[in-house]
Every structure is written in C-alpha cells, then in structure tokens.
Design a protein around this ligand. Structure first.
Ligand code: HEC
Ligand code: HEC
Length: 241
C-alpha cells in the first residue's frame, strides 16, 4: 500500500459515511431552475432555445409519466431516481442519449421503457427537460472526444476502491443499495459515449452525491489516465454479469 492507496481507502470510508446519511436529495440546484430564461448568460454562452409550447406539452407528459419517480421539476431523489434537470447533466447529455434512454428504459433497473409514447411525445419531454438548462449544451463536442484506451485491470482497482460504495460492486446501482445509478449495466453503457462518462467522472453533478474526481477541487484527484482506466473497466462489466 502506498500513500495514494491509503488516501483512497479514506475516501471510500468518507463516501460510505456520506451515503449513510439522509436519503433526501438536495434539490437546491433545480428549485431555482424554473426561472430558466431569466438571462443567465454565463461566460460560456447561452443555453439552446427551446420552443415554449413544446416544453409545455412536455411538462404535462412528464407529470403523467415520470414525476412519480423523478419528482417535481425532475430534481430526482437519491437512491430512487436521478435528477434530470441537474445543470451538469443537461450540459453533457445529448438529445440522442435522452431519447433512446426514455424509449428503451434501462433493463434491470427501475427505469421502464416508454416506447409506447412515440417519438413526438418523447421529444416534447426532452424539450421540457432542456428548458431547465442555464448553460450551453456541450454534448456534441463531448461525444466527439476520443475513446478511452485505458487499462481495465487498473480501472477495476479504482472502481472497487471509490465507485462501488455508491454504484454497487458490479455497477448495479440502486439494486445494490447505493445512491448511484447502474453504470455497470448495458442499459447505460450502450448509450453513453466515453466522453460523456469521462466528463461525468471529472466534474460530477452539482447538488448530488456524484462529486467530481479531477482537478484540485476533485475528491480523489484522479488523473486523465486513471479516469480512462475506469471507463475501460466499466465497458467490460456487463459481459461479466
Ligand atoms: C418507476 C420509476 C421511473 C419512472 C416512472 C421513470 N423513470 Fe427514469 N429512471 C428511473 C431510474 C431508477 C433511473 C436510473 C436507472 C439506473 O440505475 O441506471 C432512471 C433513469 C433515467 C434517465 C437517465 C438519467 C441519467 O442520469 O443518465 C433518464 C433520461 C430518465 N430516467 C428519463 C425518464 C423520463 C423522461 C421518464 C418519463 C417518461 C422516466 N424516466 C420515468 C426511474 C423511473
Ligand atoms: C458518494 C456516492 C458516489 C460515488 C462515490 C460515485 N458516484 Fe457516480 N453517481 C452518484 C450519483 C448519486 C449519481 C447520479 C446523480 C443523480 O442522482 O442525479 C452518479 C452518476 C454517475 C454517472 C452518470 C450515470 C448516469 O446514469 O448517467 C457516472 C458515469 C458515474 N456516476 C461514475 C462514477 C465513477 C466512475 C465513480 C468512481 C470514480 C463514481 N461515480 C463515484 C454517486 C456516486
């Protein structure tokens, strides 16, 4: 065990304590998000324009089909359903990912398929979700990032020592009792680009238990190489289950 490993163990313990805490989701980020269009022109630019009529229709459909699990304004509930209006999520996720995830659901998790709604209705729901965005949609550039060339054996070490506490030892997510989603299952991996996974690990998702792992503010300050090792490992997990 070198120093880095000892630090990691401490982080794993710390996250255990975190997850043991109240399961109430902090929804402060999304509470204010209904006032989306009030000019939050960040330095990086403006969020994409959403047709208000379409978003309105999407809101109704959302309240009929999704609100029970993803909660009002899609703020999510820790250990039950993720936030869909989280700013980091909306900034990194593509419409393609959203559309396909809603259509197919995620087999082996609590996320059911909604193919019966049809494309138009799902588009309206996606518009409703997008209407919460305060930042530009960076998903095209993120999905175009290079694929991970990491080493899955090294990635397994990081996954087991840091991620498994919340995402489950096999990435089974809530089913394993954690607060993180099922990132080891095909339902997620088949739709997520390496860039999307990489950005999520690096920067996390504000106001959720998913903290960023990169840079000075990062919890474990994983290097780009470490993160790509984890992605390479995740890609091998579904075939093992
Ligand atoms: C019965 C509960 C339930 C309902 C109803 C439901 N979801 Fe989900 N949803 C979940 C769960 C649980 C997950 C996380 C699955 C996992 O662990 O990977 C999820 C995940 C998602 C994701 C992926 C989020 C991410 O962080 O990658 C999207 C997008 C999503 N749901 C959209 C919807 C939409 C839109 C509706 C309504 C049409 C809906 N869901 C209805 C439970 C539900
Ligand atoms: C303290 C708990 C915790 C730890 C530790 C943790 N995560 Fe997460 N992770 C979460 C939560 C919670 C979410 C979903 C956020 C939400 O509910 O909106 C998430 C989301 C994700 C997502 C997006 C999944 C999706 O469904 O869209 C990825 C990828 C991810 N985590 C990877 C990792 C990796 C890799 C590690 C280890 C380096 C890790 N996480 C460590 C709690 C955690």
């Amino acid at each position: 065990m070198n120093i880095k490993h000892v630090i990691l163990l401490m982080i794993a313990l710390f996250t255990l304590v975190l997850t043991g805490c109240s399961k109430e989701q902090d929804s402060s980020n999304t509470k204010s998000s209904s006032s989306t269009k009030t000019a939050t022109s960040s330095m990086a630019g403006l969020p994409e324009k959403v047709d208000p009529a379409l978003a309105d229709r999407g809101k109704k459909l959302y309240n009929q089909n999704c609100v029970f699990c993803h909660q009002a304004d899609a703020v999510g509930k820790a250990g039950f359903a993720p936030s869909l209006t989280n700013q980091e999520f909306l900034e990194t996720v593509s419409d393609k990912f959203l559309m396909a995830t809603v259509r197919d659901g995620r087999a082996g998790t609590g996320m059911p398929p909604f193919a019966h709604l049809g494309r138009k209705d799902v588009e309206a729901i996606v518009a409703f979700l997008r209407s919460h965005a305060k930042r530009p949609n960076r998903s095209a550039a993120i999905d175009a990032q290079p694929q991970s060339m990491g080493d899955p054996r090294l990635g397994k070490f990081w996954f087991d020592s840091i991620c498994a506490t919340c995402h489950g030892p096999n990435g089974d997510g809530y089913a394993a009792g954690g607060t993180g989603t099922a990132i080891g299952k095909a339902g997620f991996l088949d739709k997520a680009s390496d860039g999307f996974i990489r950005e999520t690990i690096k920067h996390g998702r504000g106001n959720t238990r998913m903290i960023g792992y990169s840079g000075p503010e990062g919890l474990a300050n994983l290097s780009d190489k470490d993160i790509d090792d984890i992605i390479a490992y995740l890609r091998t997990v579904p075939s093992k289950n």
